[in-house]
Design a protein around this ligand. Structure first.
Ligand code: B12
Length: 274
């Protein structure tokens, strides 16, 4: 249907058409969307923090996070109950076609602004427990989850080698050779990039290299896929990464043990591992 035909067909008092997108009235705010209502927390300071991300407002995100930290709210709660809820709502509106790519980028920036502030409080421990290599799969630009993993590892005393996003598989292999890490973490958010994980394992095996485990996480990734090849364990939440590393370091757990004992190791109910 042409733009003119569409415009003539509808009652313009209730529906506006812009660039072939129907916007049905009456206008509602993003947080009033029936699905978003279930995501954005009602409790403060988490609501204000989540809304700042939803409104792609970097300054408000920073201000609200700083205020919450000053009031004694735990940085972990700020990330999990505030910032993450904001980005969840943004993804939902993107999936529904109400938000677009620039919205994702701005909301992502707003979230990371808050995360950086939390990182200052969580800090880096001065002693180093061991080295972990963290990467985002080749071809994948999504690095928010990996940044969280790195932050939690560092806060817990690990030297996390942050390889960044879209990391060529050959570079992951080089880093394993160079740093001999006790744990490797990989993140992939697209169905097209999660297939990099078995390739990383294959490339390591070709070089005769082995690590106790590669924690593989990210939006697109599923446990059954990760468990279809060796050396890997499915990582659910970023803050689980140091707990998995601790289990490797202190209790000499292998990737096989981590798969079996995941819920016990992270100390909480995890539906994927129940
Ligand atoms: C923000 C975002 C972007 C931003 C990324 C900014 C950045 N710096 O990361 C930008 C705008 C750049 C972007 C771009 C694109 N995006 Co995008 N994006 C998103 C969005 C909304 C949120 C992702 C996110 O950051 N989530 C929050 C973080 C914290 O989650 P996470 O990384 O999964 O990490 C969590 C866990 O997985 C875990 N974890 C992660 N790793 C590890 C590792 C270990 C060891 C452990 C224990 C845990 C763990 O920890 C975190 C929780 O605590 C998602 C929607 C969604 N539902 O996920 C789409 C989404 C991922 N994007 C998508 C797409 C398609 C794209 C584009 C290809 C779009 C396009 N048409 O161009 C482009 C990429 C272009 C390219 N260069 O290839 C799709 C992927 C679909 C698919 N199944 O393949 C999604 C799912 C949206 C959708 N529904 O279509 N995107």
């Amino acid at each position: 249907m042409s733009y003119e035909e569409l415009e003539n067909k509808i009652d313009q008092t209730f529906v506006a058409v812009r660039y072939n997108v129907e916007i049905e009235g009456p206008a509602i705010k993003p947080e009033e969307d029936p699905d978003v209502v279930n995501i954005i927390p009602t409790e403060e300071p988490y609501r204000a923090i989540a809304l700042a991300v939803l409104y792609e407002d970097r300054d408000a995100s920073l201000t609200n996070v700083k205020k919450a930290l000053a009031d004694g709210t735990s940085p972990l709660d700020i990330i999990n109950k505030g910032l993450m809820k904001g980005i969840d709502a943004v993804s939902l509106l993107y999936t529904k076609g109400f938000y677009f790519l620039p919205d994702l980028m701005l909301a992502g920036d707003g979230m990371m602004e808050g995360v950086k502030e939390c990182e200052k409080v969580l800090g880096h421990k001065s002693e180093t427990k061991g080295t972990v290599v963290s990467f985002v799969a080749e071809g994948d630009p999504h690095d928010i989850g990996k940044n969280l993993v790195v932050m939690f590892l560092r806060a817990s005393g690990y030297e996390a080698i942050d390889m960044g996003r879209d990391v060529p598989t050959v570079d992951v292999v080089k880093a394993v050779k160079e740093y001999n890490p006790i744990f490797v973490t990989g993140t992939a958010l697209m169905t097209t990039t999660m297939t990099v994980f078995p390739k990383v394992v294959e490339a390591l095996q070709k070089e005769g290299l082995e690590v106790p485990a590669i924690g593989c996480g990210g939006g697109a990734v599923r446990k059954d896929f990760i468990e279809s090849f060796p050396m890997s364990v499915y990582g659910v939440e970023a803050y689980h990464a140091p707990k998995l590393a601790d289990a490797i370091l202190k209790d000499k757990k292998t990737w096989k043990d981590l798969r079996k004992e995941y819920a016990d190791i992270v100390g909480e109910f995890v539906s994927e591992y129940s």
